[in-house]
Design a protein around this ligand. Structure first.
Ligand SMILES: [Zn+2]
Length: 312
């Protein structure tokens, strides 16, 4: 009897241990099953995120390659514009050569505007646009970022306007300080040239100028003239004075006087005409000036380095 009872006890203990083990196993199973489910979810979420990011990356890459294509097209446009410009100047140079050698009766006028940009330059540009005339602007920057005639107005934008409207930008030195050190040595002159050259480049996004005019004219350089010319040549510059003008640098008192001055100086087959874009007299007579030149069969062009009128 005792033996049987011990057997039953043993069996119960065994059953309990077995049950306990089953509970532990079930507990572990559910725990790990749950853990796996969570991990699986994280895995799929991450996989989806990677998929979405890859898709976004593909879209961005295709947009970038489209932009690359566009940039290439713009580079082509730049090259085409440069080619058109150089062909245009080559044709004017050929015409100059024919005029000089007597093979052509045509006439050329180069209208040049010194000492800008002024706020008034906008008016000058609009008149030139109206008559479809391209000119040359000999620029300075003595007043920093402001217009010389209106200190509250930003004149930097004008540099891009010159380019956009097809005019030639030339270098008239940064300071124009004729009596304040510009002509104290050839080095001080070149410093003012290089400073303005860099300024033009910065304001236009890379326009390279290789034409200059001495502030006050080349005679103002006095004994330094030859030394300066050699240094200009070394830097790839040509220079030009002028053969005609309306006297707007000073001493004018009426539009009539300005126009009479101008007409009295127009007599050569190729003229380089000096104006200043600050002059109210020049601005007023500009339409008459253009009409007068056209009536007298002058073709009006912007200056370029290869022109016979540019001293090298
Ligand atoms: Zn000047």
């Amino acid at each position: 009897m005792a033996k049987r009872s011990r057997k039953i006890k043993k069996f119960v203990v065994f059953e309990l241990i077995f049950l306990f083990l089953i509970i532990i196993c079930l507990g572990l199973y559910f725990y790990f099953e749950n853990e796996t489910k969570t991990n699986k979810k994280i895995y799929y979420d991450l996989k989806n995120e990677v998929k979405t990011k890859n898709k976004e990356l593909d879209e961005r890459n295709s947009k970038l390659s489209l932009l690359d294509e566009k940039i290439e097209t713009y580079k082509d446009i730049d090259n085409s514009i440069n080619k058109i410009r150089s062909d245009y100047f080559k044709a004017i140079k050929d015409l100059e050569d024919k005029i000089i050698s007597g093979q052509s009766n045509k006439k050329i006028a180069y209208m040049t505007f010194d000492d800008g940009p002024y706020f008034n330059t906008y008016k000058v540009l609009d008149i030139l646009d109206k008559y479809n005339v391209k000119a040359t602007f000999f620029t300075i920057s003595a007043n920093g970022q402001y217009c010389h005639d209106n200190k509250t107005e930003d004149c930097f934008k004008l540099y891009k306007e010159y380019v956009k409207r097809g005019h030639t930008i030339a270098n008239h030195t940064y300071t124009h300080a004729i009596f304040k050190g510009l002509y104290s040595s050839s080095d001080s002159f070149m410093e003012a040239i290089i400073k303005q050259e860099e300024h033009i480049k910065a304001q236009t996004g890379g326009y390279v100028t290789n034409i200059t005019r001495f502030p006050g004219g080349s005679a103002s350089a006095g004994k330094l003239k030859n030394d300066i010319i050699a240094k200009l040549r070394n830097r790839g510059y040509g220079w030009v004075d002028w053969s005609a003008g309306d006297g707007d640098g000073g001493g004018l008192s009426s539009n009539e006087q300005a126009f009479a001055n101008f007409k009295s100086t127009i007599n050569d087959s190729i003229e380089v005409i000096l104006f200043h874009d600050y002059s109210k007299y020049t601005t007023a007579i500009l339409p008459d000036v253009i009409n007068y030149l056209k009536e007298n069969e002058y073709e009006i062009y912007p200056l370029f380095y290869e022109s016979n009128k540019i001293n090298k």
